[in-house]
Design a protein around this ligand. Sequence first.
Ligand SMILES: O=C(O)CCC(=O)C(=O)O
Length: 277
Amino acid sequence: MEQTCLQYALTEEERKAFEETGYLIVENALSPEHVAALTNEVDRIFDENVKAGHDTTKALFHPNFIPDHEMFLDLVDYEKILPKVWGILGWNIYLYHAHMIVTPPTGQQPTDKTFGWHQDSGRMNVEMESEPRPRMSIKVAYFLSDLTEAGRGNFWIVPNSHLNNSMNRPESGSGQLEGAIPVCVKPGTAVFFDRRLWHSASPNWSDITRKVLFYGYGYRWIRTKDDMTVQSLWSKADPIRRQLLGAGTNCNGYYTPTEEDVPLREWLKEYSPSQVK
Ligand SMILES: O=C(O)CCC(=O)C(=O)O
């Protein structure tokens, strides 16, 4: 981690916006060249899946994509983004989950069918007692395709909904949650969202294939949510990247970390001590 990343630290304004609304939009997180290079790899993976039988009109949900290309790995500790992640969650973090979603055109006419609204993390929302639920994790979504208009398979959210344990769903099965909006962003935009923010995927009624990379960061004591076969990447990774890829000295170190378990804390002690609690 280079000290230059500190210029991208979470500002007080960004913290306030994230805490109040449950999300944060960072435009131009990726340059057009970076978007193009990532898109090539996403297209390659989509084509491989199509060759293996994936229906070209259906969304491809492709988890555990970090080992698929060095560029995906490099985004794990991306200097423009990671400082904001630790600004929100602190230093005892890792990448617990990552998925790529490619949403091709459905070729169908728009409908008003209710989307699949949810908070992240399944049973966490049932088995953990508290109102509101605790944050525990966030996701960063890197949008690679042009989503400046609705109807393109946009990510939908209900701003300010992250402190609501439940939401009223339309009983008829048509219409969306009250206050719901499509996230309309340019390629190269990163969108941070609190796992509790009520959100949903949506159908793609346009003729532009939607492409997004989701990076889920959570506390080190949370289990991985997909296979996360990243262990083979540990030996070549620097200490902070190794932490983010789930390395640790022993099981207890995920709960009560030593210096060796959390090089990110040691780095922050040296370069940004006010961020170490
Ligand atoms: O594909 C989308 O826009 C939504 C993804 C989603 O629901 C999630 O990452 O939990």
